[in-house]
Design a protein around this ligand. Structure first.
Ligand SMILES: [Zn+2]
Length: 315
């Protein structure tokens, strides 16, 4: 029994030396008190992508509360402290979350591993027919932030998220990669379904309440006409509304889309004015509690959006 105590000491010393390395020899950046990485995702699409990749091996939270309209949302001081203590912070970027830009600046390189999901993705400039001169409520970066609405760009976002999860938690690299591949398959199916369906339809114009569908329009050759700018809180001026009404009449627009998280009043008034109907097209910036309880997610809402587009543009 003499050799037993020294071997325990040896084991302890070895554990101390390898402190930040797990059984597979991968680096881990997870705070010591946690069994899995604490990951914050800013808005719903980032949350959905992270969930698809991280599964139950990450402790995932969404920053913007369920049912809240993500534009112009601001975190509380308490939430900022919580974010600073996380292992990973994922945000869309491109001015979608002005509060995140402030938060990151205040971190000074400390705090969580920060992932800007849109990094390296080809961005689109602002600009929407109908209100091209419109000012917008996002941070003025000059680009459209609604990157996730094009499934091919969403794949790039998911890839950026996967790399960050691996960086933070290398021990689960194989798991994250496998999940990413599976999710990529779903995104590619979605993309094919969109291409096939929309290429069969003659109509190209979609009239939407806020200019969230620029990337979707870009990918599938649609033409977005928006009532307000990039931010749904903006209201067009009387002159802009008059010009838009003329445009919609001239183009014989039959449908105006509104969203689930914003007031449909403007879309309804405009539809009445030009003799159009209204339909819902979801920009997926956030889902409602009810939608989440029904099991809806990014992929299924994108499918719903496609069914709606097919119905409306096929008429
Ligand atoms: Zn938006």
């Amino acid at each position: 029994m003499k050799g037993r105590i020294p071997s325990i000491i040896l084991l302890t010393v070895l554990l101390m030396i390898t402190g930040c390395t797990n059984s597979t020899g991968q680096q881990s950046r997870i705070a010591e008190k946690r069994s899995k990485p604490l990951v914050y995702a800013s808005i719903y699409p980032m949350y959905d992508f992270a969930k698809n990749i991280g599964g139950d091996r990450i402790d995932l939270r969404m920053v913007v509360p369920v049912g809240a309209e993500p534009h112009d949302w601001e975190p509380t001081a308490k939430l900022i402290v919580a974010l600073e203590e996380a292992d990973v912070f994922i945000y869309n970027g491109v001015g979608m979350e002005p509060w995140a830009d402030n938060l990151i600046a205040s971190l000074n390189g400390n705090g969580p591993l920060v992932v800007e999901a849109s990094k390296g993705i080809q961005l689109l400039k602002h600009g929407n027919i109908g209100n091209s001169q419109h000012n917008h409520g996002h941070v003025s970066v000059g680009y459209d932030p609604h990157v996730w609405l094009d499934p091919t760009r969403a794949e790039k976002q998911a890839e950026n998220i996967m790399h960050a999860l691996i960086k933070a938690d290398g021990g689960n690299e194989a798991f994250y990669k496998l999940n990413f591949q599976e999710f990529t398959g779903k995104l590619r199916n979605l993309d094919s379904l969109y291409s096939e369906t929309l290429s069969r339809l003659d109509k190209r114009e979609i009239v939407v309440t806020h200019a969230a569908f620029g990337y979707l329009a870009d990918r599938y050759g649609l033409e977005q006409i928006s009532v307000s700018g990039l931010n749904p809180q903006e209201e067009p001026s009387a002159a802009q509304l008059a010009a838009l009404t003329d445009l919609l009449r001239e183009k014989r627009i039959g449908y105006i889309f509104f969203e689930t998280l914003t007031n449909p009043k403007l879309a309804t008034v405009l539809a009445d004015e030009v003799g159009a109907k209204t339909e819902v097209l979801n920009p997926i910036g956030g889902l409602t509690r009810q939608q989440l309880d029904e099991g809806l997610d990014y992929i299924s809402v994108m499918q719903q959006n496609l069914e709606t587009l097919e119905r409306v543009l096929g008429q």
